[in-house]
Design a protein around this ligand. Structure first.
Ligand code: IMP
Length: 431
């Protein structure tokens, strides 16, 4: 039983790693987030993009959506249809305890971003924060079991009655008189989704327990990354869930004993989408080069990602939080052709050198990275990377091996998987 967790600000290439590992598993389970995530998997020339369904399903694994997720039913129905239309046999289990993203959550998410300009987070606008806020408020939330129940209309009516002032503030309805029509409008849309989704809804916790007892192998797939964690990330510039190890247990209802290996995924450099501190961010030609070569544009929103050097201070913190046993290093190919590569090994804060990661955004905005400069390696084209992948680790340029060795020594965690291209076969595994 393994967990795949992002060690940076998301977009580390978890989808590809999950797809690569999937052959050794029977079930792939997501435990956090919603369609703010975007996983791209490339098989031959076919591109698969997922926002909700775990990427391992294209390998024929059972896909599980845990209670820790917030689910936009319209998006999920589209994904189900697109997977089925490609002739893939879909076995999906949706937790009845997951929370539903409602149309007003998306409007409020975007509305808050405009209103709170100085505290703007740069969210994906998918309604994630407002849906999780309602979950915490409890009586203003709707869960999947409400959506598929016979009295969904009554439940929706009760919830919207509690939310009417908020709906007016955000111009979703103009006055209380419009509430009934608005309720009916949502109901008629969401009832259609519930007809399709109800067949997949079950007690995921029970299902995973039985599967585990029966010897099935489960892979847990995190969305977003450690530095976006609501508790342990760069608050308030974070998402509203726990992409870190604890989220696996609360987000699926399984015990820690189910997890035997924690695989942390990091790019060979760093990216971030949305606002918030990013100590090793770079600008100008070099940043553009990495962005274009690495195709660093959001899978969900298409926004250009901010790019920077690898931050080993942040990575060490992420490895500790999650108890990472091994690392998957992605996009090493993107750094080819650079004379020098920098990595941050400490920060300077208020004239002092610090070696820990201060998650406070205020401090992180002030820190200056202390860099070590390593030698780069020559430009390598795609065909050559394919050959290197086939031959294995020893075929990598010496300076690339030194780069990998430097990261391992610093983090004291072995790098077992190295990804050098989007396709499944562009992956090097070390014993
Ligand atoms: P939200 O999750 O839409 O509320 O966005 C909160 C922050 O998390 C924003 O900075 C987003 O850009 C970021 N974020 C959310 N999901 C992802 C992801 O899957 N990859 C990268 N960043 C993400």
């Amino acid at each position: 039983m393994s967990v795949v967790i992002g060690l940076q600000w998301g977009d580390e290439g978890k989808g590809k790693i999950v797809d690569f590992l999937a052959k050794d598993f029977d079930i792939v389970a997501r435990f956090n987030g919603g369609n703010n995530a975007g996983h791209t998997v490339m098989i031959k020339d076919e591109v698969f993009k997922f926002h909700l369904i775990p990427s391992g399903v294209v390998r024929g694994l059972v896909g599980v959506l845990g209670n820790g997720m917030v689910i936009d039913p319209g998006i999920l129905v589209n994904e189900i249809n697109s997977i089925k239309n490609r002739g893939i046999n879909l076995d999906l289990k949706i937790s009845y305890k997951a929370n539903v993203i409602m149309p007003y959550h998306k409007i409020i998410d975007r509305g808050k971003e405009i209103k709170n300009s100085s505290r703007k987070i740069g969210t994906t606008g998918r309604g994630i924060g407002p849906a999780y806020s309602d979950k915490m408020k409890r009586n203003e939330a709707l869960r999947i079991d409400d959506l598929v129940s016979d009295n969904f209309y009554e439940k929706l009516k009760d919830v919207l009655n509690l939310k009417k002032e908020e709906l007016i503030i955000y111009d979703i309805i103009r006055n209380v008189a419009e509430l009934e029509d608005y309720t009916k409008k949502i109901y008629s849309e969401y009832k259609n989704y519930s007809f399709i989704l109800k067949d997949y809804v079950c007690d995921v916790t029970e299902y995973l327990y039985e599967a585990h007892s029966g010897g099935k192998k489960i892979l847990f797939e995190g969305a977003q990354g450690t530095l976006l964690d609501i508790d342990h990330g760069t608050f308030p510039f974070v998402t509203s869930s726990n992409p870190t190890i604890g989220g696996v247990f609360t987000g699926l209802g399984i015990p820690p004993s189910f997890v035997k290996k924690v695989i942390g995924v990091t790019k060979a450099y760093t990216t971030r989408v949305g606002r918030g501190p990013f100590p090793t961010e770079i600008f100008g030609r070099l940043a553009n080069r990495i962005r274009e070569k690495g195709y660093e544009y959001g899978t969900t929103t298409g926004r250009p990602r901010r790019c920077g050097w690898l931050d080993l201070v942040a990575l060490k913190y992420s490895c500790r939080i999650n108890g990472v046993n091994e690392i998957a290093l992605t996009k090493l190919d993107v750094l080819s052709g650079l004379d020098e590569i920098k990595v941050a090994i400490a920060y300077e804060l208020d004239g002092k050198t610090i070696e820990y990661f201060p998650t406070s955004a205020e401090k992180l905005y002030k820190v200056k990275p202390v860099y070590t400069t390593l030698k780069g390696w020559e430009g390598i084209d795609n065909d050559e990377w394919e050959k290197i992948s086939r031959k294995g680790f020893e075929a990598l340029p010496d300076t690339a091996k030194e780069y990998i060795g430097f990261i391992e020594d610093f983090l004291k965690v072995p790098i077992k998987i190295i990804s050098v291209g989007a396709e499944r076969n562009m992956t090097i595994v070390r014993d």
